[in-house]
Ligand binder design. Structure first.
Ligand code: PLP
Length: 222
């Protein structure tokens, strides 16, 4: 099926409250444009340089989401345009995002990444660490960022029960943190679910799915 057909079929299966992030990492701009021309506006990339290169040539109304692990020293390259940073996993990074956002007189929305997988390779903090950050005085001073939700990546496994447990855990953490109200924290987004598990994620309460290969086909990293 074409990119346009893949998109249409996925979109028609999503409830209205669920945002589709089209994960276009490694894919050429021509593929992104095919999705764009089919109406897609939200794109996710996991490398800052690649996202910047695509931002420079794609239409202005694309919403760029950084879904990968972010190094503090690279935040400056995306601070002028990034719409949502999914993978924030420490306070130092939040401070840097705030600093760069201030330079551009913007407020940058962020998700805190929670480690839900059993694999060591996945990044993220515990719900307790997220709670401590949000409640801290130092966090309140960051006026140019806003925490709008949580993000998680489930274990890469065929065991649906395990994946469901991990999604439930993230949704539960979200519900527990939601009551915290601060000017720079308003939790309304749960980013979980990829090509293989987005339907399960939605059943577990996801409001934002990050789908790559089911739209653009398998990736070739060489
Ligand atoms: C690559 C990636 C995705 C999309 O993966 P697919 O299995 O191709 O849908 C989603 N989230 C993150 C963080 C990714 O790095």
């Amino acid at each position: 099926m074409s990119i346009q057909q893949n998109l249409q079929s996925i979109k028609s299966s999503l409830p209205e409250h669920v945002t589709l992030v089209a994960v276009s990492k490694t894919k050429p701009v021509s593929d992104l444009m095919e999705a764009y021309n089919a109406g897609q506006r939200v794109f996710g990339e996991n490398k800052i340089q690649e996202m910047v290169d695509k931002y420079e040539v794609m239409p202005n109304d694309v919403e760029w989401h950084m879904i990968g692990h972010v190094q503090s020293n690279k935040v400056k390259y995306m601070a002028s345009f990034v719409r949502l940073i999914h993978g924030v996993d420490n306070f130092k990074l939040l401070k840097e995002i705030n600093k760069q956002a201030t330079k551009h007189d913007r407020v940058i929305d962020c998700l805190l990444q929670i480690k839900i997988a059993s694999e060591d390779s996945k990044f993220g903090m515990t719900p307790e660490e997220a709670s401590e950050i949000i409640k801290s005085e130092a966090f309140s001073e960051l006026k140019n960022i806003r925490i709008v939700g949580l993000m998680g990546m489930a274990t890469f496994t065929d065991d649906e029960n395990q994946v469901k447990k991990e999604f439930d855990y993230l949704k539960n953490a979200f519900e527990n943190l939601k009551s915290i109200k601060k000017d720079n924290c308003l939790l309304n987004t749960v980013s979980m679910g990829m090509s293989g598990d987005y339907k399960l994620a939605i059943n577990c309460g996801s409001t934002m799915v990050r789908v790559g290969s089911s739209i653009f086909g398998i990736r070739n990293y060489s």
